[in-house]
Write a protein that binds this ligand. Sequence first.
Ligand code: NAD
Length: 484
Amino acid sequence: MNLSDLTFNPKKCFIGGKWVHSASGETIPLLNPSTGETICEISRGNKTDIDLSVTEARKAYEGEWGKFTAIMRGRVLVKMSQLVLEKVDYLAELEAIDVGKPLKQAKADAIALGRYLEFYGGAADKIHGETIPYLDGYTVYTLREAHGVTGHIVPWNYPMQIIGRSVGAALAMGNAIVLKPAEEACLTALAFAEIAREAGIPKGAINVVPGFGEEAGASLSSHAGINHISFTGSVKVGSLVQAAAAGNVVPVTLELGGKSPQIVFEDANLTNALPFLVNAGIQNAGQTCSASSRILVHESIYDNVSRMMAKKYEALIVGSAIDDLDVGPLISERQKDIVSGFIKEGRDLVKVAEGNIAQNANNKGYFVLPTLFGKVPSNHKLAQEEIFGPVQTLIPFKDEDEAIAIANGTDYGLVASIWTNDGSRQMRLAKKIDTGQVFINNYGAGGGVELPFGGVGKSGHGREKGFEALYGFSKLKTVAAYHG
Ligand code: NAD
């Protein structure tokens, strides 16, 4: 891609319907993870830019955007969806160079963004309050209203999908948005702002301020003019965001990390399971909150599953995102060091298999070979901590009770899957596994626009995606009228 193809200036923020330089005029270099080269400079937004964005968002909420009916909001979201779908290849290429995501995966993310906007556009006028039977002489009903100005802090791993699910739902309910994309990858967030402008969204309804987390992000999460915060990212920063929001008594949705298990019982259809077992670990080079980094296997089929997964791993090729191979680079040198550190921590374990590097891979790219470890004790660091890289652990179990104990035995609870044809076992485990989503004989890493998503424990709280997100991005008012 040629940067002259960009429909916006990446050095600017989008505030109050205009592209403007950050107040400081300072910039941050944006790196291509496949080559280590600088793609362009992005603006280093800070408190001044966040203050201005919140003011512009408030004006929009109290002005033109606030007057949009639910039908009008739905239409503008559908228009945005159409524009996204017309620009899928452009958006996918931006995401590939920025995030290092192989083109096919980046394209799937762009299509998902279009689908989120379509879903929330269609849903905008279908959320309503209810009437409540009460005392004689009363009519009581509830109103679903926007929070006002919502803050959205998103990470670098799935910018388009996360913007789709949080900003899409918040706009559908009539909120005005201040979005802080990640400093490591924000081109599609800026492209999204331009698409919203093109679709005719009123000025100030969406504001996008790139910048560092400790500057722009912290200013947003502690801002007294924000009425709700949606944060997606690490546990450490999530707890800081929640503490900052508590200072203003503002509700927060936290979508954090995971250590998601897939549990393979002795009667599982392994041919069906195999692609899910591996893909859920290596998709986006393992940098997926719902990556499945723990594969729990019944001891009677352990050797077979280990052999089958090893064969898949040995065929994996890692290389440049634009070459569209099986696995791309990690987002940064820092992330590469963290993941390499975890692989070193596995030196006492059985390394079952690893993938291969493409011959033409740039030696400055942040590549790590996908690695599968076997017979990992469930209390080992690799089986407990989020790795956020293409590393999976195989953990044998003896029986159902042990499988449940291991599955529930981490600080996280985001996603799990159960591979078995025993219907009673499926129902039993779906209840006993403590996660936000349970899949039976499939696995949905990152997918499912319609499916409510979120965690328990250190995976966070609140739900995004599906209709459920619309309740989170609105508040309920009860009206009790006495008329005698
Ligand atoms: P991170 O927490 O470092 O950064 C996420 C965002 O927070 C970025 O925009 C960053 O600029 C901002 N930020 C950083 N410091 C801040 C501060 N002090 N105040 C306010 N904002 C601040 O996370 P990361 O390393 O970029 O992303 C990886 C993590 O995100 C992983 O743990 C992963 O599991 C999680 N994640 C979760 C989901 C989900 O839906 N549950 C999705 C994607 C990623």
